[in-house]
Design a protein around this ligand. Structure first.
Ligand code: SF4
Length: 364
């Protein structure tokens, strides 16, 4: 029997939901082409706990170190998310979780719409071609005994792709794409400058045509003049290949230059996320305020007094209860000592985890 109109409604509304879901992931680029903006990477409630021993060597009491705690974010093709925070805040552990180099203690990573397979499996190795990492120290990432051309080609050989001639051709094309010439092919890492070595690392990361690059402090080991060149190269490569970047840095100013969105991390959690310009102009979380105030600017240009935090970040093994920042926060209230603030919207695209920023701090 033919279903009545009313009977059809749930099916129609389900189809509309699917259609609406797909449409909201479509947009037009600068040339007017319709492109997908569905997230390439989705991190959901990621956590990573390490079992450690407190001081006392073998006889120290076992403890848990929460390196990453309830971290969620999305990353679209061609987008850069900057992860910023002081060392030990969980940025690099988040990168390793994303790449499957560490298994999460809780939560999930989805890449191109599917859950990332278990590390070490054939499916994971195939997927890793699409997600590459760029490390901080290019000299440490390269083999000093091998010419750089051979190192750029190496991932093709590891994955059994192409014949020797085609691999060489592809490597030379990549060297050109990162601003180097064919004459660099047979050079050794020690014969190149720091910036040239980082270009080699980028060429090697690009040779498997990834859609995601995880860049862990990729310019912090370089001279300031070279940093700008590598940032420009990353921007060019992103535009050309529509790469997504997870860009990790302790330097908010550097992150601003390259990121579409910024997530500020403190003791394993994201405490503020949003547009980099907005966060730099008007940071909402007291920790972001301290980071912004630490950026060197001419005294006349400084808009607010310098905010210097007291003390060091707490040991992640002894994470303070409530808001983990309350031991250093200049505006902490009684509530901050007990209640963990939730990362939630604060107007526009900004999300902040702070009772006081949301006007819910209560009395001091
Ligand atoms: Fe400071 Fe409280 Fe906000 Fe934490 S929740 S950042 S302690 S004001």
């Amino acid at each position: 029997m033919r279903a009545s109109r009313a009977d059809d409604l749930p099916a129609i509304s389900a189809s509309l939901r699917v259609l609406r879901g797909s449409l909201c992931f479509l947009s037009t680029n600068a040339t007017g082409d319709v492109v997908s903006t569905a997230p390439i990477l989705e991190a959901r409630n990621l956590a990573r706990v390490f079992a450690v021993r407190r001081s006392g060597g073998l006889f120290g009491r076992p403890a848990q170190l929460h390196a990453v705690d309830d971290v969620s974010f999305d990353l679209a093709p061609g987008e850069t998310l900057g992860l910023v925070g002081e060392s030990g805040c969980g940025k690099s552990t988040t990168a390793k979780l994303v790449l499957g180099l560490l298994a999460p203690s809780a939560g999930e990573i989805r890449f191109e719409g599917a859950a990332v397979p278990a590390p070490g499996t054939a499916a994971w190795r195939a997927l890793r071609r699409r997600m590459q990492m760029v490390f901080q120290d290019p000299m440490g990432a390269l083999d000093r005994r091998l010419p750089v051309g051979a190192q750029v080609m190496e991932p093709l050989a590891i994955h059994g792709l192409g014949e020797a001639g085609a691999r060489r051709e592809r490597a030379q094309a990549l060297l050109e794409a990162v601003g180097l010439g064919a004459h660099h092919f047979d050079r050794y890492p020690h014969e190149l400058s720091g910036g040239q070595r980082q270009r080699i690392v980028l060429a090697r990361a690009m040779i498997l045509e990834p859609s995601l690059l995880v860049c862990d402090e990729p310019i912090s080991a370089l001279d300031v003049s070279i940093q700008a060149q590598v940032i420009n190269l990353l921007l060019d490569l992103q535009e050309k290949y529509r790469l997504a970047y997870l860009f990790i840095s302790h330097d908010l100013k550097v992150v601003r230059q390259i990121s579409h969105r910024v997530a500020v991390m403190y003791l394993g959690r994201i405490v503020e996320e949003g547009d980099p310009d907005e966060i730099l102009a008007e940071p909402a979380h007291p920790y972001s305020q301290a980071l912004v105030s630490a950026i060197p600017v001419a005294a006349a240009a400084r808009r607010r007094p310098r905010l210097i935090l007291k003390g060091d970040p707490p040991n992640p093994v002894d994470r303070p209860p409530g808001c983990a920042f309350h031991t250093r926060c200049p505006v902490a209230t009684a509530r901050c000592r007990d209640d963990v603030p939730v990362l939630k919207a604060l107007g526009g695209t900004r999300r902040v985890a702070c009772h006081v920023a949301h006007g819910e701090g209560g009395s001091a």
